[in-house]
Each structure stands twice: as structure tokens, then as C-alpha cells.
Design a protein around this ligand. Structure first.
Ligand SMILES: [Fe+2]
Length: 316
């Protein structure tokens, strides 16, 4: 039994639900539990302070750089600047607007599973929060990225339809892989290329997308909306190239995750983005995503396997 002097217990106790340092998450992962609860009482005072500091620092930047749809989402969700949100309360506000729900996860969600959650209007949501000693450093997604960066966008009906459509394209990719007139090895290679194309599209839109808004550019990508430094950099810096989105560029363009993005793409509207996902499916159907340019992101074994498993299920 753990006691107050138990070194194992005391080593973890003050860390609460801090990203990469949470005993609760380690236990869930060790038990193979991907979908979990949000044990709100485990957030430490430092975790809550991290949320407050982040929220206060980024709020004026949202007002200046974020799309009107994101700002409306913030109002509709009534996220508190003072405390980490409870997902149940977020969902009470979110679900009536778009049918989406934030669903707590213990960590990395393999690609197919992630996209398929979107198809069913569930958003895999990280519950840990970054280490307060480095506010703008994100070793992996945290609740600030997922709930303050992504979820306000999900209140917008048209944007939420884009995510669902994206999930449908992923499902089509899984289903199609087994029907190609090719050897099993070639089928896997083409599927890997398809997954790379989907990941690139997701990255340059949902995570790092810009949108035209009158004569201005605004941010709708959640990777930017949850970054204290990169949000204004994405709009104001002359080091960033910003181009109207072109599908053939996006699916062939590698990206690196460990520095500010030097290249961003602009959509005209969420109707435009929705249509682009339709084109993505069409390209997939015609084999135009079977040999995209090599390079990042690498498709890891778990991602590929998740699509292969789905293919078997869909065939059954
Ligand atoms: Fe994200």
C-alpha cells in the first residue's frame, strides 16, 4: 500500500496530470486503455496555473489573429480562463451545436482510429497539460492544444462536416487498399502513400491552416491557435511563405514538426475546404495519392496496421 513516505508515490504525486510525467496516464497505457476518463481531481495546482498562464497570454492573440468562427466557438463553449475544462461540461455545450464530443484518450491514437473517431463526431482528446516551466514547448498534444486549440473549431457546423468527411476518406482508403490489382506488398506501399497524403492534408489544413477573411488572413489551424509564439508568427512574419492552397502541393509537401512552419496554405472558406476533401477522395479513387513524394511524415507501423486492420473489418 502506498503511504506518504512511499518514494514511488511521492515521486509522482506532485506532478498531477503533466504531459509525459503522469503516473495515471502511464498506468492507463500499460493496461492498454486508450479511451479513458478525465480524473479531474488529479490536476495539480501547478497544472491549473499552467492553464491560466497560457490562456491569459494567448487570449489577446486569438482576438487579433483567429478566425471569427474560432472566436465564436470560444464564446459558445464558455471555456474558463481560470481552470482546466471538464470535458463533460465542454460536451454539454459542444454536442448540441455540431454533434461532436471530446473523448478523453491516454495518448497516441493510431491514424485510422483517429480519423474514424472524427467520422463519428468524436474527437480524441488529451487530458494532460504541458509542463509549466516551458509554456510554448509541446513534446506532444496536451489539453490546451486539444481543447483550447481544436474544440472551439468543432462548434462550427461546416468545419465539423469537414472533419467527418475527412474520416470518410480515411475509411475509403482502408477499404480500397485491399481491392487494388497489385501484390500485397504493393498494396501496402500504396496504402502507406495514401496515409502520408492524408496526414499532410490534415497538417496543412486542420493543424496549420490559414483562411482568407475579407482583406486579411486569419488562423483556423489548431497547431497555430494553441501556440503562444507561432500564432502571430504565422501571420506577421516575413519568414513564412503563404500560398493559396493547392491539393497537388499539399499532398506532396513534407513537413517537420520541431520548428515553426515556413510554409502555410490559405483556404477561402470552410466550404472551400470541404470541397477540397472531396477532391482528395477523388484523387484517392483515381490512384493519384498512391505515389506521393517521399519524406515526412513517416508512417509508423501502428498507423499502417490500423488501416490494415480496418480493411479486414470492412471486408468482413
Ligand atoms: Fe492537433
Amino acid at each position: 500500500m502506498a503511504t506518504l513516505t512511499d518514494p514511488a508515490a511521492s515521486a509522482h504525486a506532485p506532478l498531477g496530470l503533466t504531459t509525459t510525467q503522469s503516473a495515471f496516464i502511464e498506468r492507463a497505457q500499460a493496461a492498454g486503455e486508450l479511451f479513458i476518463s478525465q480524473p479531474y481531481e488529479l490536476y495539480s495546482a501547478e497544472n491549473q496555473e499552467t492553464w491560466r498562464r497560457l490562456y491569459r497570454a494567448i487570449r489577446p492573440k486569438w482576438e487579433k489573429y483567429a478566425t471569427p468562427q474560432f472566436r465564436a466557438g470560444l464564446d459558445n463553449l464558455m471555456l474558463s480562463p481560470e481552470a482546466i475544462p471538464r470535458l463533460s461540461e465542454v460536451n454539454d455545450k459542444l454536442s448540441p451545436l455540431s454533434g461532436f464530443k471530446a473523448k478523453a484518450v491516454s495518448g497516441y491514437v493510431p491514424a485510422y482510429l483517429f480519423f474514424d473517431c472524427l467520422r463519428t463526431r468524436n474527437f480524441p482528446t488529451t487530458i494532460t497539460i504541458r509542463d509549466g516551466s516551458r509554456l510554448d514547448y509541446l513534446p506532444e498534444p496536451d489539453i490546451f492544444h486539444d481543447v483550447a486549440g481544436h474544440v472551439p473549431m468543432h462548434t462550427d457546423r461546416r468545419f465539423s462536416d469537414v472533419l467527418v468527411r475527412f474520416g470518410e476518406v480515411a475509411r475509403f482508403a482502408a477499404k480500397r487498399a485491399g481491392t487494388l490489382p497489385a501484390t500485397p506488398d504493393e498494396q501496402r506501399q500504396r496504402l502507406e502513400s495514401n496515409i502520408k497524403a492524408l496526414a499532410r492534408f490534415f497538417w496543412f489544413t486542420i493543424e496549420f491552416g490559414l483562411m482568407r477573411s475579407g482583406s486579411e488572413l486569419k488562423v483556423y489551424g489548431s497547431g497555430l491557435l494553441s501556440s503562444l509564439g507561432e500564432l502571430e508568427h504565422s501571420i506577421d512574419s516575413s519568414d513564412v511563405q503563404r500560398f493559396p492552397i493547392r491539393l497537388e502541393w499539399v499532398v506532396n509537401q513534407y513537413f517537420e514538426i520541431d520548428h515553426y512552419q515556413p510554409l502555410l496554405f490559405i483556404v477561402d472558406s470552410f466550404d472551400h475546404l470541404f470541397d477540397l476533401v472531396g477532391h482528395l477522395e477523388e484523387w484517392l479513387h483515381r490512384g493519384r495519392l498512391d505515389h506521393v513524394a517521399p519524406g515526412e511524415p513517416l508512417v509508423n507501423a501502428a498507423d499502417l496496421q490500423s488501416f490494415l486492420d480496418a480493411r479486414l473489418e470492412l471486408d468482413a
